[in-house]
Design a protein around this ligand. Sequence first.
Ligand code: ATP
Ligand code: LTN
Length: 326
Amino acid sequence: MKRLLTGLQPTGVITLGNYIGAIKQMVEYQDDYDSYLFVADLHSLTVLNDDNNIKDSTRDLIALYLACGVDPKKNTIFIQSENEYHTNLSWILECHTYFGELSRMHQFKEKSKKSDNFSAGLFTYPVLMAADILLYDADLIPVGIDQKQHVEIARDIAIRFNKKYGDTFNVPDCLISESGTKIMDLVTPDKKMSKSAENKKGVIFLLDSEKDIRKKIMSATTDSEMVIKYDKDNKPGISNLINIYAALKNMSIKEVEELFKDSNYGNFKKCVADVVVEELTKIQNKYNEIINSDIIDKILDENIDKVRSIAKEKYDLVKKRISIGR
Ligand code: ATP
Ligand code: LTN
C-alpha cells in the first residue's frame, strides 16, 4: 500500500479553501493509502504573532480533521513538534540545499515582502517540509497547488542526496486534486482564500455561523455579465463559486455550468450558499462533540511511538550515509 502524507498549519481556524484543497482529498484517499496526517506546528512559528495560541489551534485543527471525516483508524495523526526527528533531519538537509534554490520559492518571496523583519525560518521553511516528507518514505503528498513548489524541492533534495550517498530517500510525488482546486478569496478573487487574510469577509471559516456564510457568499465579487461560465481570467469571482459548488457536489465544472445555464447570479449564489451551509453544519456538529471529549489525546498518545520509531530509523540511516556520530 502506498504511503500518503500531509501537514496542515495550526494558524487560525481552517477555511473552506483548506477543506476543499486538502482535507476533502485526505478523506477520499484514506481507504486506498497508508495515510499520515500531522499538524505542522513548527512551520507556524515562521509567521508567529502575539495572539496565536498554537496549542489550542493544534487541538482545534485535529478536532476539525476528525469532524471532516478523517478516520483515526485509517490515518496516523500526530503533531510535528512531538517528533524531534523532523528538526534533526531538517538541519542535515539544509546543508544539502542551495541558498539560490530557496530564494526562488514563491511563498518566501511573497511573505518576505510583507515585512523587513522576517525570520531565517521563513527562508528555510521548505527544508523542514522536505524533512517531514522524506522521514516517512512518503509516496504521495496531497497539497493545494500553492504548495507544489515545496514538494518539488523535497523531490530535488531527495534525488540529489540519493545520488551523492546512495539510495536513502523515497522520491515522493505531489498529488494535486483533479480540478487543482485553488479556492479564491470571495472579495478579491485574484487572491487565494487564506486564513491569514486581513479582510475576513472574503474568507469562509469552517466554524462560521450560517448567517455569516450566507452573507459572505451573497456579497461575493462577481462581474457585470450575466452568464454562469467558467473563465478564470475574465470572470474570477464566478469561476471561484463554480469551483466551490463543483467540489462540494462532486460535479465537474461543465456539469455546474449546464445546471445553472438559465440561472442568474443571485440564484446561483444562493445555491452555492445552501451547499456550503449544509456541508459546514454537519462538520460543526461533529466538531463540538469531539472538542469536548478526550478522543484527541488518546489518538496522539497511541501514535507518537510509531512515528518516532519510523523517523528514527530513517534519521539513523542518514547519519550513517553522511558519516556522522559513532
Ligand atoms: P496561510 O493563510 O497561513 O497561508 P492557508 O490558509 O494558506 O494559510 P495552509 O496551512 O498554508 O493554509 O495550507 C493548508 C493546506 O490547504 C495546504 O495543502 C494548502 O495547499 C491548502 N490550501 C490552503 N488554502 C487553499 C486554497 N485557498 N485553495 C486550495 N487549497 C488551499
Ligand atoms: N507547508 C504546508 C504544510 C506542511 C506540509 C508538510 C504539507 C508542512 N509540512 C509536509 C505536506 C507535507 C502548508 O503550508 N500547507
